[in-house]
Design a protein around this ligand. Structure first.
Ligand code: ADP
Length: 775
């Protein structure tokens, strides 16, 4: 056998391949199944002779024999007893070696000494197994049942994982006690070696763990360093911030707030959400024009020139501005009322604000208030959450870059209120000269001086301006423009402006008056010039396009035909004025978009004297219809209207364009006229418009917006307008060209109205036509 020692009573599986051995086994199987197994002294020898083998071996019994297909054998042998080879007989013809063996008997004495040795060996072996995992624990258990010291030692010897030569030594020790001692010796040294091995293993393992740990710590250190470096960056950042604050020369309060926030920022992680809030805050503090003031140019002549250059007409407005500047020049500091421009859209309120800024040499900022319902839109959000910002006032100031800009508060009449607080109250604080020196924005949380800001408000109508605000405003009315005014504005301002914006030269495009008038009449129906400007822009755009294709040889003279061609189908037909028929009259209304005509229709039908009203009429207008009917009924005789009419007829009053709500008392005369016309079958005079509230006794009361209404009447092609006598004082406001074309007739009683509208024949007998006083 190579590298193997079989001990007595040990069961060992063996692979046998050498022919000699195979032959020997076959022979043994034929006889008593007995073989003598001896080990080679040197493993590498292929065909060992007598001298190459140890003399002491083991007599073994073959328990099982398995022939493999390749001729090899697998056998299971059990050691029987030690033996000594006495004589080798090589039988060449049979091909195996026969040995004469001396079976060596062993004494079995269990002296106390032997027992002590056995116990010690057993303990050591247990330790040995624990250290050496390759031996099964069962071996040690079965060991404890063994009484025979020889057997006991052999089991241990057989299971030791030691060199073959050492095992051979153990095999050759025939005295069990001596063998036991030797085994104990070996176990001792083996255990020591194993312990050492384990220690080394552990050391290696901790070494590896240590390297891993080091690696991990190193990585962590790198991360920390990175963080530290960032901290470093942010320290630099914070230093920079401090410098900026110093350079900005903030007022004390703001500087203190800024310093406090920088201190907080310093203690924070650089990219924490809170630090972002603080940074935004500081950014705002630094960006505001705490000290930046523009010098006012108070040259009144120059200012007047600028205002005239920018806007046609609007003389009253311009005059008021010049006055304002004059006072400012004298007193240096202004605490006067806030100007509020009221008028329909597109009449130049905003652009006048801009022009004032230009005339005074101030910056201009605009702050839209339309749809603002939340106080914090004006005053800002508190800095409690991310994304909060200052209110619009401070935002506008930042944009203006100076603390004395002209700030236009646009559409203050479109502000609302809801549960989030009243923006009007916040606005009051902004406008109040007593309070706005230290205006508190929730976001800034330090006062900002608004006292040098020139505030201008704009509104379409006074009705919806909160009364608390109304008190502080000096109302300056902008009324709608007449066609002539529009023509001039278009020629002098809108067209040059649009030409420039479209990259065209003023001499390239000529729009004669008739073409411009066509645009105004057929494409717009407005008090201001906003859509007129849009149409002019369209005209310029289309022209620019054709110019881009073929540059013109000579100026392009726009004809009315060109207007049609370029702008498309007209939006409005010129003749809007309906033929006044029986039961229809033309009233006049005044809305925030300017003046408008109201077509009023009355239909009568058999019924019980009921009055139906349709066309989205408000309460006031409905009441005035009822009042008109009652007035007519109480005066029916005068008009030759039978009383039965009020019992057998129903009347339906309708005001078309039902989508727009209409209200107000000033349609009273028009409704009454239409009703009487329907009852008496008399047509109302053509091209006559009327306005006026009536009382139950038929008196005609004054109304508002006479100028706007007259402009609308004129625009819609009317030639006569009946108005309450009480409004005569407003006549001077009405532009000359309207007065020249529209006959303005003051009336003070409904009878007058009816006789003018329905003709002299409608008058009750014996009465005279009241004198007409055309203005
Ligand atoms: P509003 O603020 O009253 O609604 P805008 O100021 O926006 O109207 O005016 C609309 C356009 O009409 C602007 O381009 C403005 O310059 C022009 N405009 C209005 N009125 C005049 C005027 N009297 N002279 C010159 N341009 C005018």
């Amino acid at each position: 056998m190579r590298d193997l020692v079989v001990f007595p009573r040990m069961v060992v599986p063996l692979d046998v391949s050498r022919v000699k051995s195979v032959k020997a086994l076959e022979e043994a199987m034929a006889a008593q199944h007995l073989v003598f197994v001896a080990s080679q002294k040197k493993t590498e020898i292929e065909d060992p002779q007598e001298d190459d083998l140890f003399q002491i071996g083991t007599l073994a019994k073959i328990l099982e024999l398995l022939k493999m297909p390749n001729g090899q054998l697998k056998i299971l042998v059990e050691g029987q007893s030690r033996g000594k080879a006495l004589e080798f007989r090589s039988i060449t013809n049979k091909g195996y070696t026969e040995v004469l063996v001396d079976v060596l008997a062993e004494s079995i004495e269990r002296t106390p000494e032997v027992q002590a040795l056995m116990r010690q060996a057993s303990q050591l072996f247990e330790q040995y197994i624990k250290l050496n995992r390759r031996i099964s624990i069962e071996t040690s258990v079965s060991l404890n049942t063994l009484e025979d010291p020889a057997h006991f030692t052999d089991v241990i010897a057989g299971n030791l994982l030691i060199k073959m030569s050492d095992k051979q030594v153990l095999l050759e020790i025939l005295n069990p006690e001596e063998r036991l001692e030797r085994v104990i010796e070996i176990l001792h040294s083996e255990i020591e070696i194993l312990n050492l091995e384990r220690r080394i293993h552990n050391r290696v393992r901790t070494q590896i763990e240590k390297t891993q740990k080091e690696y991990y710590l190193n990585e962590q250190m790198k991360a920390i360093q990175k963080e530290l470096r960032q901290k470093d960056d942010s320290t630099k950042d914070i230093d920079e911030l401090r410098e900026k604050i110093k350079a900005a020369q903030l007022p004390t309060e703001a500087a203190e707030a800024a310093e406090k926030e920088v201190g907080r920022l310093e203690k924070m992680m650089p990219f924490s959400p809170e630090s972002t809030v603080i940074r935004t805050y500081l950014d705002w503090l630094l960006a505001l024009p705490w000290n930046a003031v523009s010098t006012d140019s108070l040259d009144l002549k120059r200012a007047q020139a600028i205002l005239d250059e920018d806007h046609y007409g609007l003389d009253k407005v311009k005059e008021r501005i010049i006055e304002y500047l004059a006072v400012l020049k004298l007193v240096k500091k202004m605490k006067g009322p806030i100007l509020c421009f009221v008028g329909p859209p597109g009449v130049g309120k905003t652009s006048m604000g801009r022009s004032i800024a230009r005339a005074m040499g101030r910056q201009f900022a605009k702050m839209a208030l339309g749809g603002v319902r939340d106080e914090s839109e004006i005053r800002g959000h508190r800095r409690t959450y991310i994304g909060s910002l200052p209110g619009r006032v401070i935002q506008s100031i930042r944009k203006a870059k100076t603390k004395n800009p002209v700030l236009l508060l646009d559409e203050i009449d479109k502000m609302g209120t809801d549960w989030r607080g009243d923006p009007a109250a916040a606005l009051l604080e902004v406008l109040d000269a007593e309070q706005n020196k230290t205006f508190m924005d929730h976001f800034l949380d330090v006062g900002f001086d608004l006292s040098q800001v020139f505030f201008i408000c704009t509104a379409n109508t006074l009705a919806s301006i909160p009364s608390s605000l109304h008190d502080r405003l000096e109302i300056i009315r902008f009324s709608g423009y007449t066609e002539e005014e529009k023509l001039r504005i278009a020629h002098n301002h809108l067209l040059p402006k649009q030409l420039k914006e479209h990259g065209l030269e003023a001499q390239d495009v000529l729009v004669p008056t008739d073409a411009m008038r066509a645009i105004i009449r057929d494409y717009t129906r407005e008090a201001g010039v906003r859509s007129l400007e849009r149409w002019i822009a369209t005209l310029c755009r289309k022209t620019a396009r054709s110019f881009a294709d073929t540059p013109p040889a000579e100026p392009f003279r726009v004809t009315v035909k060109d207007v049609r061609r370029l702008l498309g189908v007209p939006e409005y037909s010129t003749e809007k004025a309906a033929d006044n028929k029986v039961g229809s009259s033309t009233g006049l209304a005044w809305t925030e978009h300017g003046g408008e005509t109201l077509a009023i229709e009355v239909a009568k039908m058999p019924g019980k004297g009921k009055l139906f009203l349709t066309g989205k009429l408000g309460d006031v207008m409905q009441e005035s219809a009822h009042a008109a009917l009652s007035f007519i009924r109480s005066n029916a005789k005068k008009w030759h209207i039978k009383e039965s009419f009020f019992k057998t007829q129903d009347y339906h009053i309708h005001v078309p364009e039902g989508a727009t709500p209409k209200d107000g008392p000033s349609a009273g005369t028009a409704i009454a006229t239409a009703l009487v016309s329907a009852m008496t079958n008399r047509p109302v005079k053509r091209k006559m418009a009327m306005t006026g509230e009536i009382t139950l006794h038929g008196r005609v009361l004054a109304i508002g917006g006479l100028k706007e209404k007259s402009i609308a009447a004129f625009r819609e092609g009317m030639d006569t307008m009946l108005y309450p006598e009480g409004n005569q004082k407003d006549l001077e406001e009405i532009p000359e060209d309207i007065k020249n074309h529209l006959k303005m007739v003051p009336v003070k009683h409904m009878e007058q109205v009816l006789s003018l509208a329905l003709g002299a024949k409608g008058l009750p007998a014996g009465r005279q036509v009241p004198s007409q006083r055309p203005s």
